[in-house]
Design a binder for this molecule. Structure first.
Ligand SMILES: CC(=O)SCCNC(=O)CCNC(=O)[C@H](O)C(C)(C)COP(=O)(O)OP(=O)(O)OC[C@H]1O[C@@H](n2cnc3c(N)ncnc32)[C@H](O)[C@@H]1OP(=O)(O)O
Ligand SMILES: CC(=O)C(=O)O
Length: 529
């Protein structure tokens, strides 16, 4: 029996709070899902959501899918009507999607209280709608809504809803944990019972929500108990706490279960695809997401690093490249010499056999972190520290003579604050004095530093500060607190992060800004002058 991987990012994923996908967004996401290799892409609810009606119309003209087919989602016919007369059912048919997925009530309490109809009429609504769509040449999936809650309350009725869908010609019945309240052993027991009731032939599926934090586990339990169709969303998007994260489900089934489920690029590109989709949804990727998160294979503890140096498998559940991710070493006060050696290697420095240098760098990192620095979020500053310890000094692009900054407030009621900074430094054999203006003192300092350096190092014009984070440390000391600044800079091709610590915001920012300039120049291949 073939296995279905069914993606509902564009329908149930879009039900996530704060997510608002345009038709163009959906048309941009669908090819990524196809590239990943899912078998079905549920595009939305045509006839209910105008954007979704447009999506299916445009998809028919604009999308060429290699691996997936489109599924249009909608409901069974309304109470007391005929399926062929129901405009909502008609819209599903006219979406042009080869697959129609119908949400059908399978919990008697919902039938009586939400639909306000009888048990028999709901079964007739399922039967009629499935039959009609099948007779029109559609493949039909039935999402049995609230199936598990319903089954725990009245198993016979929930079973009869599944049986009605199958008898009418549904290709798949997906059992839905709509409220997301199930636990894996409940899912296991119920799927086993329903599989026994319907026999081996019909395709049963699982649609899980993550309200107990068990959506992936529940999906795996359902597969173990006889489901061969899994629904989910990329990045676990969805209503409330989300849907089962489809990449995690598939990675578990393929990499731990030895199955082969995805067509196309498959899991090897999963990290890139998951991140590309989060760019389109405009929802920051979750670093600790299993398999594809930026931290999924990041190692901080020194003891882990010392074993990883011998064999990465000792501290990793899989090889990260299997899902297109990378192993990373994090340098912090928890680092040991092995962490520094591996981080050095990651940055292109061979420190093997240099026990003394490794010890020096490790001690310096621990001391600096005790004083407020944080290198696991500032690789570029760590690299400069490493170079300094390896060769005795950091690249000397400039010598700072002095810097100062002032903030000026003008106007009376509509107060306007502007800042000005002056930087004096020596570079390229000359003294440079530059003044910069900005909407705040750090911005003004950044401008003044660039102006002073541009004359000697024009490459610096491409550098742009893209993120700035300030944290006050040791707050119990009140005004004696130290300030930590982390900045992220880009040259349009890559970005890097630096850290500065000082008794105030300006000193901390100055350190992070100068580290950033030096690191950027080194990586632009510029020689100090
Ligand atoms: C579990 C899930 O996530 S299912 C997906 C849910 N997705 C959405 O709801 C997004 C899109 N929804 C919509 O645009 C709207 O809610 C619509 C167009 C579907 C319905 O809107 P309205 O016509 O204004 O109806 P309203 O939302 O007030 O009520 C829904 C109606 O569908 C009925 N209904 C609910 N589920 C089903 C079902 N499975 N089969 C048939 N009818 C159903 C309800 O009984 C109610 O009927 P009534 O109008 O006779 O009272
Ligand atoms: C169909 C669906 O999205 C659910 O039951 O959760």
């Amino acid at each position: 029996m073939s296995f279905h991987v069914y993606d509902t990012t564009l329908r149930d994923g879009a039900q996530q709070e704060g997510m608002n996908l345009s038709v163009a967004d959906k048309l941009a996401i669908a090819p990524y899902l196809d590239e990943l290799g899912v078998g079905f892409i549920e595009g939305g609810w045509p006839g209910a959501v105008p954007k979704d009606t447009d999506f299916f119309a445009r998809a028919a003209r604009e999308l060429t899918l290699k691996n997936a087919v489109l599924a249009a989602f909608g409901a069974t016919r309304k109470v007391g009507t005929r399926a062929e007369d129901d405009p909502q059912v008609f819209a599903l048919l006219h979406s042009g999607a080869p697959v129609v997925t119908l949400v059908a009530k399978s919990d008697i309490r919902h039938v009586e209280r939400a639909l306000r109809t009888t048990a028999e009429e709901n079964l007739a609504m399922i039967t009629d709608t499935v039959r009609f769509l099948v007779s029109e040449g559609r493949r039909v999936v039935v999402d049995a809504e609230h199936f598990f809650d319903g089954y725990r309350f009245d198993p016979a009725y929930s079973r009869s809803a599944v049986e009605a869908a199958l008898a009418a010609g549904a290709e798949v019945v997906a059992l839905c944990d709509t409220n997301g309240g199930m636990l894996p052993h409940w899912v296991s027991d119920i799927v086993t019972e329903i599989r026994d009731a319907v026999g081996d032939g019909p395709v049963l599926g699982m649609h899980a929500h993550n309200d107990t934090g068990c959506a992936v586990a529940n999906t795996l339990a359902a597969v173990d108990a006889g489901c061969s169709h899994v629904q989910g969303t990329v990045n676990g998007y969805g209503e409330r706490t989300g849907n089962a994260d489809l990449v995690t489900v598939v990675a578990n089934l393929e990499l731990k279960g030895g199955r082969s489920l995805l067509a196309g690029e498959g899991l090897g590109d999963a990290s890139r695809i998951a991140h590309a989709i989060s760019e389109i949804t405009n929802i920051s990727p979750y670093a600790r997401q299993p398999y594809v998160g930026a931290s999924a294979f990041a190692h901080k503890a020194g003891l882990h690093a010392s074993a990883i140096k011998v064999d990465p498998d000792l501290y990793q559940h899989i090889d990260p490249t299997l899902v297109g991710n990378d192993m990373r070493m994090l340098v912090s006060d928890m680092a040991g010499r092995a962490s520094i050696e591996l981080k050095g290697k990651e940055l292109g420095f061979d420190l093997s056999g240099q026990a003394e240098v490794l010890t020096r760098i490790t001690s310096r990192v621990k001391e600096a972190e005790a004083n407020g620095y944080t290198y696991d979020a500032a690789d570029a500053s760590f690299e400069l520290l490493l170079v300094e310890e390896m060769v005795g000094e950091r690249p000397r692009y400039f010598d700072v003579e002095s810097w100062r900054t002032i903030v000026e407030r003008t106007g009376h009621r509509g107060v306007v604050a502007t800042a000005e900074a002056t930087v004096k430094l020596n570079a390229g054999g000359e003294r440079h004095v530059s003044t910069g203006e900005g909407n705040g003192p750090v911005n003004a300092l950044d401008q003044a530093l660039r102006l002073a350096l541009t004359r000697v190092y024009p490459q610096i014009e491409t550098f742009e500060l893209i993120d700035f984070k300030v944290r006050i440390l040791d707050q119990e000391h009140g005004t004696d607190a130290i300030t930590r600044v982390l900045i992220e800079t880009t040259d349009g091709q890559r970005s890097w992060s630096t850290v500065g610590v000082g008794p105030n915001l300006l000193e901390a920012s100055w350190e992070a800004l100068t580290d950033s300039a030096i690191y950027g120049l080194v990586h632009a291949g510029v020689e100090p002058r």
